[in-house]
Ligand binder design. Structure first.
Ligand code: V47
Ligand code: SF4
Length: 372
């Protein structure tokens, strides 16, 4: 099908086929893809572009998987290996979540610091920590900071928790939810194709298992995001296959909130000949995902991986969310991220407004929140 025919399909609201998505990638025509994706984004989210005041915490980088693309992980005893106690996690949060009453009341923190709404927690698969450690972590955070949304644990971690606890997937998820889990991030999806996955991360759960865990989470009332790691050894066909599987699952559960294409970072990884992605590939991937994933409400341009300026441009190519303040990022920065580590609310608003969009501060479920 020609780009003209694809354009007709998009403008009449028809779903794109995998061949259409492949055609868009192969065309290298980022301007046509971007214009169409911006049209779709506008019809879903108007002029709005979202951001959130959030903070990342990685409880440990010790991981039994040691994926080849991951520069963050260490084995036990390696130089640079670390593990945080629950006390250390709480004091980290206390440092930045400095509301006067800890009840999540929206108020400026001490010394005019920002008020955060969400903590994003992901880490390695630790060889010795029991499931109870993770439950206690959640319940302690919830007890001390009841207004803070906890978005935590990738499907890969959920699978591991189910193994170490001996609980079914559903019971693992329900126990986490009861302890305070509010939603799940979309990491660990990488590329679903088995052959590529085996080369990238032979120890990691399969794509089918990742999808099953997300389905179970959605059916247990836990919403999540979905990601795709691109720009390493995969082809466009693998990317489209990956997105098709996500689209099919979303048709069945409706539990995904945002799709986040993750630009591969090559430094300190074990991927032979690996290079940074190009800005044009980043923008094309955002645009094709917006066009193809017609049942995903949001496409996130994760500024940490894209860099501030490509993330800003992505808002004109189909993205409607920049993620947030982040504050402390380890995974991408271990692999050569060129972006900063944190962005203030003012800087996020500036990026969005200078792209001609209306900045909307959101909570973890995309409800608009007043900017204070
Ligand atoms: O699962 C690891 C990826 C993910 C590299 O859901 C790498 O809101 C690039 O999933 N180069 C973690 N990527 C990050 C993630 C995420 C980030 C922000 C928001 C959300 C969300 C999710 O990072 C991992 C893996 O897929 N990753 N190593 C690397 N060298
Ligand atoms: Fe472990 Fe996740 Fe890194 Fe893989 S990507 S080595 S599972 S921390």
């Amino acid at each position: 099908m020609s780009l003209k025919q694809i354009e007709k399909k998009v403008l009449s609201g028809k779903r794109l086929s995998p061949e259409d998505a492949l055609e868009l990638f192969n065309s290298n025509d980022i301007f046509t893809a971007g214009r169409l994706a911006a049209h779709v984004a506008r019809s879903k989210n108007g002029d709005r572009a979202y951001f959130i005041r959030n903070h990342h915490i990685n409880p440990s980088n010790i991981c039994v998987n040691r994926c080849r693309f991951c520069a963050f992980s260490r084995s036990e005893g390696d130089r640079g290996a670390y593990e945080l106690s629950i006390k250390e996690i709480i004091s980290k949060i206390r440092k930045w979540y400095s509301t006067a009453d800890d009840k999540g009341t929206q108020r400026r923190g001490k010394n005019g610091s920002e008020v955060y709404r969400e903590v994003h927690i992901v880490g390695g698969l630790h060889p010795h920590r029991p499931f109870d450690y993770y439950l206690q972590m959640l319940s302690e955070i919830r007890r001390r900071f009841p207004g803070l949304h906890i978005k935590a644990f990738t499907a890969v971690e959920i699978d591991y928790f189910s193994k170490i606890s001996g609980l079914s997937l559903r019971d693992t998820l329900l126990a986490l939810k009861k302890a305070g889990l509010g939603s799940m991030p979309g990491g660990g999806a990488e590329i679903f194709n088995g052959r590529v996955r085996n080369k990238l991360c032979p120890e990691k759960i399969s794509g089918a298992r990742w999808l099953r865990i997300m389905e179970t989470a959605h059916r247990a009332g836990i919403r999540s995001n979905a990601t795709m790691l691109y720009g390493h050894i995969e082809t466009y066909r693998h990317r489209v296959e990956h997105m098709l599987k996500l689209r099919d699952l979303q048709d069945r559960t409706g539990g995904f909130q945002a799709f986040i294409p993750l630009a591969f970072h090559p430094v300190n990884t074990k991927i032979p000949g690996a290079k940074y992605t190009s800005g044009t590939d980043d923008l094309m991937t955002i645009a094709v995902s917006r066009l193809f994933l017609d049942n995903f409400p949001h496409i996130k341009a994760y500024w940490i991986m894209l860099g501030e300026k490509i993330a800003q441009l992505a808002l004109l190519f189909g993205a409607d969310d920049l993620d947030g303040t982040i504050i402390e990022e380890k995974i991408t920065h271990s692999a050569g991220a060129l972006s900063g580590n944190a962005m203030s609310k003012a800087a996020l608003v500036n990026l969005i407004e200078k792209a001609g969009r209306v900045a909307v501060e959101r909570d973890s479920f995309y409800n608009a929140r007043m900017i204070n």
